[in-house]
Design a protein around this ligand. Structure first.
Ligand SMILES: *[C@@H]1O[C@H](CO)[C@@H](O)[C@H](O)[C@H]1NC(C)=O
Ligand SMILES: *[C@@H]1O[C@H](CO)[C@@H](O)[C@H](O)[C@H]1NC(C)=O
Ligand SMILES: *[C@@H]1O[C@H](CO)[C@@H](O)[C@H](O)[C@H]1NC(C)=O
Ligand SMILES: *[C@@H]1O[C@H](CO)[C@@H](O)[C@H](O)[C@H]1NC(C)=O
Ligand SMILES: *[C@@H]1O[C@H](CO)[C@@H](O)[C@H](O)[C@H]1NC(C)=O
Ligand SMILES: *[C@@H]1O[C@H](CO)[C@@H](O)[C@H](O)[C@H]1NC(C)=O
Length: 281
C-alpha cells in the first residue's frame, strides 16, 4: 500500500474524522507536496508522522487540535510555502518553530492563540505574501513586530485591535493589495496612513464607526481599488463624490451608514461604470 502511494503528491483528507491513529501512514508518502487535514480530529501526535515529508509545500491544519509543541515537527519542512493554522490552539510559543521556514508565503493564524509577543518570531519570514492575524488579542505592538515583512500583499487584521497609532507601521507594506482592519479602533487620522498604499485593490475598514467622509476623501487616491467596504461608519451621501476617481471599483459596501441606495446608483451611472455590486442596494 505505502509502496503504491509513494508517488502521491496531493492528498485531501479534510473533514474525514481522521484521528491520530491513522497518521502513521503519512510517513511513507515522501513525495507529498500538498496535505489538507482541516477539521480533522488530530493532535500534535499526528504531526510527528509528518517530520520526513520534506517535499511538502502546503499544509492545512485549520481547526485541528494542534498546539505549540506539535509545530516542532515542522522544523525540517523547509519547502513549506503555505501553512493554515486558523482555529487551532497554537500560541506565541509555537511560532519559534516556524522561524526557519523561509519559503513560507502564506500563513493563516486567524482565531489562534498567538499574541503580540510571539509575532517577533515571524520577522525573518520575508517571503511572506499573505498573513492572516484576524484575532482579538493582536494590537498595534504586534504590527510593529512585522514591519520587516515588506513583501506582504495580503494582510487580514479583521478583528485585531489596531488603533491610529498602529497604522503608522502599515507604511512599510508598500506592496499591499488587500487590507482588512475592522476592530473598531480607527479614525480618519489612521486612514491618512493608508492613503499612500496605492497597490490596494481590496480595502475593508468596516466597523470603525468613527470614520467620516474625510476617510473617503483620503481613499480617493487609491485608484486601483476594486472592492471597498466602509460599512458601519458616519459616512454620508455627501461623501460619495470622493469615490468618483475610483474607476476600477466593482464592489462598494456602505451599509449602516447615512448613505442611500439611490445616491449610490447615481454615482454608478455618472462616474463608476464598473460598479456591479453595492450595498445598500
Ligand atoms: C477524537 O479523537 C479522540 C482520541 O483520538 C477520541 O477519544 C474522540 O472520541 C474523537 N472524537 C471524535 C469526534 O471523533
Ligand atoms: C484563514 O482562515 C480563515 C478561517 O478559517 C478563513 O476564513 C480565511 O479565508 C483564511 N485566510 C486565508 C488568507 O487563507
Ligand atoms: C469614537 O467616538 C466616540 C465618541 O466621540 C469616542 O468615545 C471613541 O473613543 C471614539 N473611538 C475612537 C477609536 O477614537
Ligand atoms: C471586507 O470587505 C471586503 C471588500 O468589500 C470584502 O471583500 C471582504 O469579504 C470583507 N470581509 C469580511 C470578513 O466581510
Ligand atoms: C463588509 O464588511 C462586513 C463586516 O464588517 C461584512 O459583514 C460585509 O459582508 C462586508 N461587505 C462586503 C460586500 O463584503
Ligand atoms: C461629510 O460628513 C460630515 C459628517 O460626518 C459632514 O459634516 C460633511 O458636510 C459631509 N460632506 C462632505 C463633502 O464632507
Amino acid at each position: 500500500m505505502e509502496f503504491a502511494l509513494v508517488a502521491l503528491a496531493y492528498l485531501n483528507l479534510g473533514r474525514c474524522g481522521l484521528t491520530d491513529d491513522g497518521c502513521d501512514k503519512f510517513s511513507g508518502l515522501k513525495n507529498l507536496k500538498v496535505l489538507n487535514l482541516p477539521f480533522d480530529n488530530i493532535t500534535d501526535a499526528c504531526l510527528a508522522h509528518l517530520k520526513g515529508l520534506t517535499k511538502l509545500e502546503s499544509l492545512n491544519l485549520d481547526s485541528c487540535k494542534i498546539g505549540d509543541e506539535g509545530l516542532a515537527n515542522l522544523i525540517g519542512l523547509s519547502l513549506l510555502k503555505s501553512l493554515e493554522l486558523s482555529d487551532t490552539e497554537v500560541g506565541s510559543s509555537g511560532l519559534r518553530y516556524l522561524s526557519g521556514l523561509t519559503h513560507l508565503e502564506t500563513l493563516n493564524l486567524s482565531f489562534s492563540l498567538v499574541t503580540d509577543s510571539g509575532l517577533q518570531k515571524l520577522s525573518g519570514l520575508t517571503a511572506l505574501k499573505s498573513l492572516n492575524l484576524d484575532a482579538r488579542q493582536i494590537t498595534d505592538a504586534g504590527l510593529l513586530a512585522l514591519t520587516s515583512l515588506t513583501g506582504l500583499m495580503h494582510l487580514d487584521l479583521f478583528g485585531a485591535r489596531i488603533s491610529d497609532t498602529g497604522t503608522n507601521y502599515l507604511r512599510c507594506f508598500k506592496n499591499l493589495q488587500s487590507l482588512e482592519i475592522c476592530g473598531g479602533g480607527l479614525t480618519d487620522a489612521g486612514v491618512k496612513n493608508i492613503k499612500d498604499l496605492t497597490s490596494l485593490t481590496l480595502l475593508n475598514l468596516s466597523q470603525n464607526c468613527n470614520l467620516t467622509n474625510k476617510s473617503l476623501e483620503l481613499i480617493s487616491g487609491l485608484t486601483a481599488l476594486v472592492s471597498l467596504n466602509v460599512s458601519n461608519s458616519y459616512i454620508t451621501n455627501d461623501g460619495l463624490l470622493y469615490l468618483k476617481p475610483l474607476k476600477n471599483l466593482r464592489s462598494l459596501s456602505l451599509e449602516s451608514c447615512k448613505v442611500t441606495a439611490s445616491e449610490i446608483k447615481k454615482l454608478q451611472s455618472t462616474a463608476l461604470p464598473n460598479l456591479v455590486s453595492f450595498r445598500p442596494e
